[in-house]
Design a binder for this molecule. Structure first.
Ligand code: DOR
Ligand code: ZN
Length: 345
């Protein structure tokens, strides 16, 4: 039985670090295990210019523990007013790695997102020219579309038309939650890929809703039925380079989660590698973990894998604190619902 596994140091290709006290509290949780992370720009106000991204990168760097070599990879938040020249300059200067497309109103702090996708086509064409990937929150927001169908409808109505208009654009479908998403993501290798979160590999909508509503399992896109979770597990453990890890670790204060209008987001930075080792081992696919966490993301983004390694060890139960303290408040850590046995040495 495998009890030790050494991997190229993993990266997180979709992460929320927030700002201020929250940024200072959660950054060390990611920097402990991960080499790099694509940092989401949905601050209030959002990170829309190269100058704002550079300033945010400096605030993140100040929150990284001494001695850590963790590197934040910055993103710009696309709006209908995004200046293609500013975006291209920030990319050329190495300030930003990708740009994020949020349909307006799709999720947390997305009010400044895009309503009319035609308005961002010139920016997307520029991104295709300079080889800058677009990360996309793939859900429509139309009131008449059921929340459980929003991802599949987005692919048909928005994403596929955009990709036909801008065929050279590299696209990362962020946090896919359906078999439809997994199937579409593999349709254009090298041009199209998908991130999968830790929690969507573990929970389905029953975990969220049966026996009382569980606000700490509420995120967007919302967890779907079990057949979709199984499709995500099959995709992540398949060894296909079009799927890689993006935790979407998205901390919110407990008071805002345990609320009559609870915020969407699961905080999983701290225990993600333990959870993933469990999931991959259960599939008999521990040999596929390194590709998913450490190799396929850099390959898609045209970067080198991290030069160093981590070792996972299975030597008895691992305990994580249930909550992270942030000032006078707390953030609840993702509870996978099973005992964790793998830890990062
Ligand atoms: O659950 C989510 N939380 N999904 C998102 O797309 C955004 C994120 C957040 O920022 O809290
Ligand atoms: Zn996110």
């Amino acid at each position: 039985m495998t009890t030790s596994l050494t991997l190229t140091r993993p990266d997180d290709w979709h992460l929320h670090l927030r700002d201020g006290a929250m940024l200072n509290a959660v950054t060390p949780e990611t920097a402990r295990d991960f080499g790099r992370a694509i940092v989401m720009p949905n601050l209030v106000p959002p990170v829309v210019t190269g100058a704002q991204a550079a300033a945010y990168r400096d605030r993140i760097r100040a929150a990284i523990p001494a001695g850590s070599s963790f590197q934040p990879l910055m993103t710009l938040y696309l709006t209908e007013e995004t200046d293609p020249d500013d975006l291209a300059q920030a990319h050329a200067d190495g300030i930003v790695t990708a740009a994020k497309l949020y349909p307006a109103g799709a999720t947390t702090n997305s009010a400044s997102g895009v309503r009319d996708f035609d308005k961002v086509l010139p920016v997307l064409e520029r991104m295709a020219d300079i080889g800058m990937p677009m990360c996309v929150h793939g859900e429509v927001t139309d009131a008449d579309v059921d929340i459980f169908d929003r991802e599949a409808v987005f692919i048909d109505r928005v994403l596929d038309p955009i990709r036909r208009r801008v065929p050279d654009l590299k696209v990362v479908m962020e946090h896919i939650t359906t078999k439809d998403g997994a199937d579409y993501a593999k349709s254009a290798p090298g041009k199209l890929a998908a991130t999968i979160t830790t929690h969507h590999l573990i929970i389905n909508r029953n975990h969220l809703l049966v026996g009382g509503i569980k606000p700490h399992y509420y995120c967007l896109p919302v967890a779907k039925r079990e057949t979709h979770r199984l499709a995500l597990v099959a995709a992540a453990t398949s060894g296909s380079p079009c799927y890689f890890l993006g935790t979407d670790s998205a901390p919110h204060m407990d008071a805002l989660k345990e609320n009559a209008c609870g915020c969407a987001g699961v905080f999983s930075a701290t225990n993600t590698m333990s959870c993933l080792a469990h999931v991959f081992e259960a599939q008999g696919a521990l040999d596929k973990l390194e590709g998913f966490t450490s190799l396929f993301g850099p390959q898609f983004y045209g970067l080198r894998p991290n030069a160093d390694q981590i070792t996972l060890i299975k030597d008895g139960a691992v305990e994580y604190p249930a909550k992270l303290t942030v000032g006078d408040e707390t953030v609840t850590l993702f509870d996978p619902g099973f005992d964790l046995k793998w830890r990062v040495a």
